[in-house]
Write a protein that binds this ligand. Sequence first.
Ligand SMILES: Nc1ncnc2c1ncn2[C@@H]1O[C@H](COP(=O)(O)OP(=O)(O)OP(=O)(O)O)[C@@H](O)[C@H]1O
Ligand SMILES: [Mg+2]
Length: 401
Amino acid sequence: MTAVDAKLQQITQLKSGVTRLTLTDFRNYKNLRLETEIAPIVLIGENGSGKTNILEALSFLTPGRGLRSAKLADIKRIHSIEDSNILAADSWSVAADILKNDEPHTIGTALQKGLREDIEDGETHTFDRRVVQINQQKVSQQSELGKYLSAIWLTPQMDRLFQGGPQPRRSFLDRLVYAFDLEHAKRTANFEHLYRQWLQLLKAGNQDHYWLQSLEQDMAALGVAIAAARREQIARLNTFVENEPDDIFPNVRLELSGTIEQMLDTHSALDVEDFYAQRLKTQRRHILDNESADGVSRSDFKVYFQKKNMPADLCSTGEQKALLVSIILAQTKCQILNKGFAPILLLDEVTSHLDDKKRDALLEKIMALNLQAWITSTEEKHFAILRQSARFLTVENGCIR
Ligand SMILES: Nc1ncnc2c1ncn2[C@@H]1O[C@H](COP(=O)(O)OP(=O)(O)OP(=O)(O)O)[C@@H](O)[C@H]1O
Ligand SMILES: [Mg+2]
């Protein structure tokens, strides 16, 4: 056993995860109460029975927009559809008893209607918002949840992560960063907000130089902080993989490509910030023809199959899945070591595309991690190896038994 494995075991002797889950009007669940252990939990059910919905509900116990990045209103349980009229519940909620290193807490989140006055027409409008409670106290910052529960997920949508445009890869990387740096979520949200404001001004033909300049300076400062945090996470994972190579899953090499991220190799943060602000200023004229300004909203996250030196997008379907598993396993271990408590794993159809050897190896690795992993599948027979150590639940049309 390596020193890292011993340290991981020492930390995960104390249990972290969900011990009771309660859903109300959440997707196809009217009312669900489920008691669980800190162990692998295998959810077996037919297509459309409600397996992914459980993982999505669990993902809402952590900061962010959940594993499907869905609109909050779409989650409300639809009870009937009449003549294309959708009738849904007014709200939804997810509540849980959890353990963090054996210490019990209760956390919960729900959809609530907020009221907002429109500055332009003076009218009051309702809007959907997600409210959060921790140990019976309302908390205003969603990021607080991250101090109690952490979740790492892998979904079938990610099977195509290495194909297509960089936006989903950036979001994937940013989620890996959030786990270590709760401020990162606020930074990326603030950056997007400023960027939209800047773009709106330019589209409206506003030439207020000082206003634009102040936005550009704020964006540059946030952008450099975002780039630095992404670099740090990539370096952390690369170092971990180098020192702790996996025996079955391919070792990955991660790279960031982005003007701002790369400049940080050779320049001080302050210099890069000045450069970034200046760069945004010179892009004012061209931005309306381009999709996005050069900078952190264009960066890409590249993954290589180290041994073959092959970019992930040129790897086979199963190899790409194995690369994703490698990243997730490294992130899980780094997170346990760094935060001192284990995340829960939400693995949706994780065994698809993996051959029998890799599938069994993954399940063994999950067992060895000694944490709570929620695994969905339509095929119970693939999980024989977990027979002794996992809890098997059958999902059927919004019910679990
Ligand atoms: N807001 C909603 N209200 C009611 N039902 C919903 C809502 N949103 C989604 N559903 C339904 O919930 C059901 C279960 O969805 P889910 O994605 O959890 O299925 P699954 O068990 O993961 O299936 P698969 O094996 O195909 O991935 C689906 O039939 C879906 O249409
Ligand atoms: Mg599903």
